[in-house]
Write a protein that binds this ligand. Structure first.
Ligand code: ADP
Ligand code: MG
Ligand code: MG
Length: 210
């Protein structure tokens, strides 16, 4: 079964719920190596997303995701607003006009999002950012596509790789964003943006599985 525009709406709603539930957790992570606002930033942004998409049941996936992108850019602020905004805008451009996504479309959507984050933030793997969850996720997605597994299994593997990538940030030194001000002292702490990225990928896996 493909991922439909209805599934994408459910994913966005679930993401908003999960980010709301994890507001305090994300802020606690950001208080250790940043400015203690990542939870409230993401909660505020996705709350605005939910309002914006409330009557978009007929919209195609590209339109939905582009709306998410512009909403996040205008409501989240900080580093993560433009980065997640770019991710969803690029995901929307990769899915323009589509009301259903097959495996290849899903992989292309995530790949476009990750390339957007890399371009916007000038970061790469290993810099203790959201990319350390997203890059392993897309690599797992590509491998799963080669193995021709079904979409729920592909997304499950992507989410599991995002989770291990998130955990790997504990051992990394931050070289981008506010956490980079701490240098070596950032080691030992999990990156907040990698954590929200995992939550969002996991939310899609859970939406498709249920
Ligand atoms: P701010 O740091 O402006 O307060 P947030 O706290 O909302 O913004 O987001 C911080 C997260 O943004 C970090 O945990 C990291 O994952 C991510 N981030 C910061 N800079 C970059 C970058 N250049 N590329 C990718 N992600 C980044
Ligand atoms: Mg912050
Ligand atoms: Mg901030």
């Amino acid at each position: 079964m493909p991922v439909t525009n209805e599934t994408i709406l459910q994913w966005l709603q679930r993401s908003a719920q999960v980010l709301h539930e994890n507001n305090a957790y994300l802020t606690e992570l950001d208080s250790a190596i940043g400015d203690a606002d990542h939870g409230s930033n993401m909660d505020r942004g996705f709350n605005a997303v939910i309002t914006k998409i409330a009557d978009m049941q007929e919209a195609d996936i590209g339109t939905l995701l582009k709306t998410v992108g512009t909403t996040l850019v205008s409501t989240v602020g900080g580093a993560s607003g433009p980065l997640y905004g770019t991710a969803f805008l690029r995901a929307g451009m990769a899915t323009t006009g589509k009301k259903a996504l097959e495996t290849a479309d899903i992989v292309a959507m995530f790949e476009a999002a990750v390339e957007g984050v890399k371009a916007r933030g000038k970061a790469q793997a290993g810099e203790k950012t959201m990319l350390d969850a997203l890059i392993p996720a897309i690599e797992a997605g590509k491998q799963a596509q080669l193995e021709q597994v079904d979409i729920p299994e592909l997304l499950k593997r992507m989410a599991a790789s995002a989770a291990s990538g998130m955990q790997s940030t504990i051992g990394l030194t931050a070289t981008k964003g506010r956490a980079s001000y701490l240098g070596e002292r950032s080691v030992g702490h999990q990156d907040p943006g990698a954590t929200s990225s995992w939550l969002i990928v996991q939310a899609l896996a859970d939406t498709v599985a249920s």
